[in-house]
Design a protein around this ligand. Structure first.
Ligand code: HEC
Ligand code: HEC
Length: 207
């Protein structure tokens, strides 16, 4: 793994925090049941189960969450619940979920992903040298607490990076990193990661 551009202690601290949080979540919730999760996720599919569905004001694609790391999805839902991450509709949806619901839904979502390719598509922009340590050379992240970016919608990646810049998403690691990016960097990074082949897919509707 190439670790250029990022102070090693930051990566080590991120890994440590991630493993502590991941560990306590697993203990608090018990194991997720994917079959129960599929049923509980029914209300989510009205948005996450429709290809190219768009959030309005501002306009960007509703993120692909099937195939995403369960530990990251858990952290994201908890961030909506705590208000660390702001988005009215998602906060309302997350507020209805118990810890066990979250464990079940996220284990189902992770289990229905697509194939992750390893071939790099196109050339990584210079700004990506900072991202490699955590998100990997093609957006397949090094730890389950970190989101896969490969194949995610371009407009959603742009929106997330801008939300870290404005503080709508309050995450110490990503806020510091996003603050260093220009609008052009954000566009190029979103273009690059969205073009990679990852496990992220539209959530399947089977019933
Ligand atoms: C009305 C449409 C809608 C519904 C219903 C909905 N979502 Fe979302 N979801 C969104 C949008 C829009 C975002 C992006 C919000 C943002 O920018 O933070 C999102 C983001 C997320 C994220 C963060 C993804 C990431 O990569 O960080 C997760 C996890 C998630 N939703 C899970 C769920 C679950 C689980 C349910 C059902 C309990 C659900 N959503 C229902 C529209 C919806
Ligand atoms: C030290 C590790 C680390 C580095 C370096 C890093 N990230 Fe992240 N990234 C994370 C973590 C942790 C999260 C989840 C934060 C949260 O919960 O909001 C994240 C979240 C994201 C998201 C949101 C994804 C989603 O599904 O909502 C995007 C986009 C992103 N990073 C892009 C980048 C880019 C582009 C770079 C390089 C310029 C970068 N990251 C560098 C750890 C890192």
């Amino acid at each position: 793994m190439k670790l250029s551009g990022l102070p090693q202690p930051l990566v080590a601290a991120a890994l440590l925090v991630g493993s502590i949080l991941g560990g306590s979540n697993a203990l608090a919730q018990g194991a997720g049941d994917p079959a129960a999760g599929e049923k509980k996720a029914y209300t989510c599919l009205g948005c996450h189960g429709i290809q190219h569905y768009v959030n309005v004001y501002p306009s960007y694609h509703v993120p692909l969450i099937a195939g995403q790391n369960a530990a990251y999805l858990t952290a994201a839902l908890q961030a909506y619940q705590s208000g660390e991450r702001q988005h009215q509709t998602m906060q309302a949806n997350a507020d209805l979920l118990s810890d066990q619901d979250i464990a079940d839904i996220t284990s189902w979502l992770e289990s229905v992903g697509g194939e992750a390719g390893t071939d790099q598509k196109g050339e990584a922009p210079d700004a990506a040298t900072t991202c490699v340590a955590c998100h990997g050379p093609t957006g397949l992240s090094a730890a389950p607490q970190w989101p896969a970016l490969a194949g995610q919608y371009k407009s959603y990646i742009e929106q997330s990076l801008k939300s870290y810049q404005t503080g709508e998403r309050n995450n110490a690691i990503m806020m510091g990193i996003a603050a260093t990016l220009s609008d052009d960097d954000i566009r190029d990074l979103a273009e690059y990661y969205s073009a990679q082949q990852g496990p992220l897919v539209t959530a399947p509707i089977n019933n």
